[in-house]
Design a protein around this ligand. Structure first.
Ligand code: FMN
Length: 274
């Protein structure tokens, strides 16, 4: 049987020119955690790392909530269908946040009102940039945590029911939940998942759709690598599939989608048409 061989980037961390790149190349999602608490100094460093991420227009348009209330954690875990996150010693919900800036503006100049047409913190662009900010901050925290030997899982599923999250976390208008991040000492050691061939994902100057030849060759090889990875390394009982087959099974599967997000985004005061 053709055994899966780890791709170069994950075996040869020795090729990484420094610790930062080694941390990035060895990154993988952790979904099982020791119950050991994380000390306050480490938490401070993780939060500071997130705060130093780049921020669009210097608006600082994101926030995060560290969730410590066991009832809230349980509700979030249930809604996300990710019960293991109740075991993680740290859980954050990252938020796109234009509320703080809107409040600062109101305090600075009470004559300016959010209902004015010229107010832009509720626009589609502001919503998008605040999302970008939140994602970058989360990624900085994830990398910082990984560099300290901690493991993380990013959680898109925390917004399975955005209205529920908005209610239980008391999110005011102009604040929208983006992603969760659970962090803890890893209680598992999964191999990094294979990534696509470089040339299939990173282009020069213009977009390159895969040719039939690419699909047959480089991407075909990736298909086989993914198949072998699942067969030999991961869910040994799960159906064995190539990447193309996984995508075929998901691309038309309503369970992989979400009910339309626009109503809850609108409820939070953003106007994506603006
Ligand atoms: C935006 C985003 C949302 C994600 N949401 C979840 C999630 O809700 N539950 C989960 O178990 N993993 C989640 N993940 C982790 C991905 O499943 C994981 O990154 C992917 O399978 C690749 O595996 P790796 O991180 O080990 O390389 C998410 C990742 C991203 C980037």
């Amino acid at each position: 049987m053709n055994k899966y061989t780890r791709p170069d980037y994950s075996t040869s961390s020795s090729q990484a020119p420094n610790e930062t790149i080694r941390t990035l190349l060895e990154r993988r999602t952790i979904r099982a955690f020791d119950s050991d608490p994380i000390d306050s100094q480490t938490i401070e460093m993780l939060e500071l790392s997130a705060q130093h991420a780049a921020t669009s227009r210097y608006f600082n348009e994101w926030s995060a909530i560290r969730v410590t209330d066991p009832n809230l954690i349980e509700t979030i875990a249930q809604d996300a269908h990710q019960l293991y996150i109740t075991k993680a010693p740290l859980l954050y919900i990252f938020l796109a946040d234009q509320r703080r800036n809107a409040d600062l503006v109101a305090a600075e100049d009470p004559s300016m009102t959010e209902s004015d047409d010229s107010f832009i913190l509720n626009s589609g662009y502001s919503f998008l940039q605040a999302q970008n900010d939140a994602v970058l901050a989360l990624h900085a925290m994830e990398t910082a945590a990984n560099s300290l030997g901690l493991g993380c899982v990013i959680l898109g599923s925390v917004i399975n029911d955005p209205d529920l999250l908005i209610d239980i976390l008391d999110l005011p208008t102009l604040v929208y939940p983006v992603l969760g991040l659970a962090i803890g000492k890893p209680a598992q050691n999964p191999d990094p998942k294979p990534r696509m061939p470089h040339r299939a994902q990173i282009f020069e100057n213009s977009y390159q759709r895969p040719t039939q030849q690419d699909i047959g060759e480089a991407l075909g090889e990736f298909d086989q690598t993914v198949y072998q990875y699942y067969r030999d390394i991961r869910h040994k009982d799960a159906p064995r599939k190539t990447f193309s087959r996984i995508m075929r099974d998901k691309a038309f599967n309503p369970k992989e989608n979400h009910s339309p997000m626009a109503p809850s985004i609108h409820r939070q005061g953003f106007d994506l048409e603006k």
